[in-house]
Design a protein around this ligand. Structure first.
Ligand code: ACM
Length: 511
């Protein structure tokens, strides 16, 4: 009898706890990436048309960004005032606070009276603002005015990223994507506190960045794309506009000029880059590994010096990516001195080089980064040579891999990557020879052989991208698929409100 009573009591309790959990799940329980610490309080702050944003002088621009972010859905034009003290009813952005939060961390406090974001650096304030958006009702992501109560539940959040490099890559060479699409891509990754966009600017099928001293690269080499339709390219002014747009969102652009393979578009544009002095034909297929610059010709290095000089001049970030992958048409004895020489060209123009993992076969300049995509032995070798590594394992982090065998878009040469497969891994334990201290961060590349429209991009990125962002941002100790999939499911309406046509994986219960 006694036991029966106890078990009845426990059953009622656990039902109560379950329903309690469901009923009290608030936006603070569903943040992606998951913050380092969340302490819920009582009461709430309501944003009204009278709410003001008070920002430290260095943060006025971020205050204006917040005001602009809140405007479409609320219809409010919140005023931004420079200031160093909060007033009741305001959102206050201030620099300082806990030094241990580092360059990108922030503390967010929501009380009934005010919202305060404190950070050492403006980047931290920017991430605090992304959190504020996720604490508001999901309708805040809509692009037109919504009827909603713009309430934030009281909470204190302390947060900072695990990895300094949190990125995605977009291939605009196989299919060309222009300024508006790239800006949307930037906005999407910024939402999840990523800070790097690697642009794959050149490949066999297209040269997509204006180089003034070699104009045929884009005039001819940029004229088509996979499938044979009209291609396109970014002018240097458009590229600079993208760089500034990204900087305003605390995102660094890393431009990639792939070489010595993946260069047919250049080889088709200038005969002298070929060993036989004959221009190749433009290529609109999807094979890899058939092209190579003529590594023994001086003019090739003059060409690369001009390209990297022009690119370095319009790239404020530290890094230029020099590719180096799948150079199957280049002899190894030619590949090695070539990649070594090109690292020197990058250095001569004041930048640091990144190469795909094959670059580990070369002598590496100090600070050259290797990007692990396929070959663990290469990546481990890079670490042995003292290099840091970006972790982008194709079998986990390639956003162009199909979710399963029924996915309309994408490839599967590295496997199918369901949403759980994309999430369940830890960069620091993926390969025995690559430790936490060797890793700068995580990048999810999106190759575009099969990707034609922005809608295609979003279908492949979502819902995997929030998981990649969380792997890069959140402490590994707090991460589990069973817990994450609930947050992701609750996040569905936010993605919908952002206009994202995501893959509704059956592994997740979507709200
Ligand atoms: C690559 O996927 N070829 C880097």
């Amino acid at each position: 009898m006694f036991h029966k009573k106890i078990s009845l009591f426990l059953a009622v309790c656990s039902i109560a706890v379950l329903s309690c959990n469901t009923n009290t799940s608030t936006p603070a329980d569903n943040l992606i990436p998951k913050p380092v610490s969340v302490t819920k309080g009582s009461g709430q702050f309501t944003i009204t048309e009278g709410t003001s944003i008070i920002a430290a002088t260095e943060a006025v621009k971020i205050g204006e960004y917040l005001s602009a972010q809140l405007k479409p859905a609320t219809g409010f034009a919140l005023k931004v005032t420079p200031g160093t003290a909060a007033t009741k009813g305001s959102i206050f952005l201030t620099l300082g606070g806990d030094a241990s939060l580092g360059d990108e961390g922030y503390e967010l406090s929501v009380t009934a009276d005010q919202v305060t974001v404190t950070a050492q650096k403006p980047a931290g304030l920017f991430y605090g603002i992304q959190t504020i958006k996720q604490l508001l009702p999901e309708a805040i992501n809509a692009s037109a005015k919504q009827e909603a109560k713009w309430e934030l539940q009281s909470v204190t959040i302390k947060d900072q990223p695990s990895y300094a490099y949190r990125g995605s890559m977009l291939d605009i060479a196989r299919h060309f994507f222009g300024v508006e699409d790239i800006k949307r891509y930037i906005d999407l990754i910024a939402t999840y506190k990523m800070n790097t966009l690697h642009l794959h600017l050149t490949d066999d099928q297209g040269w997509r960045i204006e180089i003034k001293s070699w104009p045929n690269l884009t005039a001819h080499g940029g004229s088509t794309e996979v499938g044979g339709k009209k291609g396109g390219f970014l002018t240097q002014d458009q590229y600079k506009d993208i760089v500034q747009y990204a900087m305003d969102r605390y995102i660094t652009i890393i431009p990639e000029v792939d070489m010595p393979g993946h260069t047919n578009a250049a080889l088709a544009s200038y005969p002298e880059l070929n060993c036989n002095d004959t221009a190749t034909k433009l290529y609109t297929g999807t094979e890899v590994g058939f092209s190579t610059l003529c590594t023994s010709k001086e003019v090739v290095y003059k060409f690369l010096d001009d390209v990297i000089k022009e690119l370095a001049a319009i790239t404020p970030g530290q890094y230029i990516h020099i590719g180096g992958d799948e150079s199957h048409a280049t002899k190894k004895e030619d590949y090695i001195p070539f990649m070594e020489k090109v690292q020197g060209i990058v250095k001569a123009h004041g930048k640091l080089a990144i190469g795909w993992d094959e670059i580990a076969n070369c002598t590496l300049q100090p600070n050259t980064i290797a990007q692990y995509w396929a070959d663990a032995a290469n990546s481990t070798e890079a670490v042995k040579k003292g290099a840091k590594v970006i972790i982008s394992p194709a079998r986990k982090a390639y956003a162009d891999m199909q979710y399963d065998s029924t996915t309309r878009l994408g490839l599967h040469w590295a496997g199918y990557i369901e949403v759980d497969t994309a999430y369940i891994w830890d960069p620091a334990t993926l390969e025995p020879g690559i430790k936490r201290e060797n890793i700068v961060g995580v990048e999810a590349p999106l190759w575009t052989e099969t990707i034609v429209t922005m809608d295609d991009i979003e279908y492949m990125l979502f819902p995997r991208l929030p998981g990649y962002a969380e792997i890069a941002w959140s402490p590994v100790t707090g991460r589990s698929w069973d817990e994450y999939k609930v947050r992701l499911g609750n996040h569905g309406p936010r993605m919908k409100a952002m206009g994202i046509d995501y893959y509704p994986s059956k592994k997740v219960t979507w709200k």
